[in-house]
Design a protein around this ligand. Structure first.
Ligand SMILES: *Cc1c(COP(=O)(O)O)cnc(C)c1O
Length: 397
């Protein structure tokens, strides 16, 4: 008789054997520059809460008030009876913030990519994707019946070659969709979206940019990558993002034309068939937009801290790769060594996680740090001192 279920334990044990299983650390209380993690007070250098908005009093107040006026849940999916005035208001405010005709909010960024990408390109179409794109894009592409091509990371010659070859395809492709992350989450480098949009225009392709790590970080007042490159709505057709990172809450979204919104909400199965945000979530997201519009110092501080930290790491002799954003990888190479580095940092009061295969290539293990605007100069001096100490100990610098 076949044993239907024992594989789940065996596969898990394999992961543990190869040191590839997740051992989840738990925050006791809120995500703040210094957080209690597994019972220990540590400096937070691996949260996506770049601006500290997850714990901002205005966002908390907005969420609490929405619970009082609208309840704990929405009661339905958006298209049936789950669209409340707060959801509509959030989309209006986001479109205004993004200087777009319209925005549509999904439950998560993952749901936006998984729901929309397979609708934008299908049988007879081609999707062209950067090799380091986020897993939610990869899954969105897998749900599509379109042909796929992957170009070398940020390599514009390779993208150009693929687009040129695609024109010789018979029968001719109906549509071509180019997809890229704006900021790459493992390296902190920025996609050359200005060049990509020019190539897209030359080949009559749609351009979809996932700006999850650019929002609240890049561009004027944190407006994101389209603003960073001074591009227009005809350059980037779908600007996708999330409220789960610098905005400090949760929720995915796409911005673009009114046509895009109408198309996306009628076709994305993740949007049509999954419950809408509790009103507190939508209200807190509105609060995050308020803060970005009214308190520009958060984004400014984020960049001041980022510059100081990167310079300090380089001065200490660390290799920080091609990072151009508050995501700064500290290259280690060997995955065992990266794990030891992270464990030692944690003992020294600094929380930064190792990124190892399969999230990055073998031999490219690193400690990924993410800056937090609310850390002080003294905090950063301390972090740099601890990095250097552990780096010497493990003979990395
Ligand atoms: C985090 C992330 C997502 C997923 O966003 P969620 O809203 O957390 O589901 C999608 N794309 C990229 C590039 C990301 O970094």
């Amino acid at each position: 008789m076949r044993d239907p279920i024992s594989f789940i334990r065996l596969e898990y044990e394999d992961l543990v054997q190869s040191d590839l299983d997740w051992r989840i650390k738990v925050l006791d209380g809120s995500s703040t520059p210094w957080s209690i993690v597994n019972g220990k007070k540590v400096m937070m250098l691996c949260s996506n809460n770049y601006l500290g908005l997850s714990n901002h009093p205005h966002l908390k107040e907005m969420a609490i008030e929405a619970v009082r006026t609208h309840g704990a849940g929405s009661g339905s999916v958006r298209p049936i009876a789950g669209t409340m005035d707060v959801h509509v208001e959030l989309e209006r405010r986001l479109a205004k913030f993004k200087d777009a005709e319209a925005s549509l909010v999904y439950q998560t960024g993952f749901a936006a990519n998984a729901g929309l990408i397979p609708q934008l390109a299908g049988k007879g179409d081609l999707i062209v994707s950067d090799e380091l794109n986020h897993g939610s894009i990869i899954d969105g592409v897998r749900l599509s019946a379109a042909d796929r091509a992957v170009y070398k990371h940020c390599d514009m010659n390779d993208l150009d070659r693929i687009l040129a070859e695609s024109e010789r395809h018979a029968p001719a492709y109906r549509r071509i969709l180019i997809i890229t992350d704006g900021v790459f989450s493992m390296d902190g480098d920025i996609a050359p979206v200005d060049v990509i949009s020019r190539l897209a225009a030359e080949h009559g392709a749609m351009l979809y940019v996932d700006d999850a790590h650019g929002e609240g970080v890049l561009g004027e007042g944190g407006r994101g990558i389209v603003s960073h490159f001074h591009l227009g709505r005809n350059d980037v057709h779908v600007e996708m993002g999330t409220f789960s990172k610098a905005f400090g809450v949760v929720g995915g979204h796409v911005s673009g034309s009114e046509d895009l919104k109408n198309f996306a909400l009628n076709k994305s199965r993740t949007w049509l068939l999954s419950g809408s945000h509790p009103p507190a979530v939508a209200a807190a997201c509105i609060g995050a937009i308020d803060v970005l519009e009214n308190e520009p110092h958060h984004v400014r501080n984020l960049w001041l801290r980022t510059d100081k930290f990167k310079k300090g790491l380089v001065q200490a002799g660390f290799d920080v790769g091609n990072s151009a954003t508050p995501i700064t990888p500290v290259m280690i190479g060997d995955s065992g060594k990266a794990k030891r580095f992270s464990d030692r940092l944690f003992e020294e009061g600094v929380f930064a996680l190792p990124i190892v295969f399969p999230m990055v290539a073998k031999g490219k293990a690193r400690i990924r740090t993410i800056m937090n605007a609310a850390l002080t100069e003294e905090d950063l001096d301390l972090a740099l001192e601890r990095f250097e100490r552990v780096g010497r100990e493990l003979k990395i610098v």
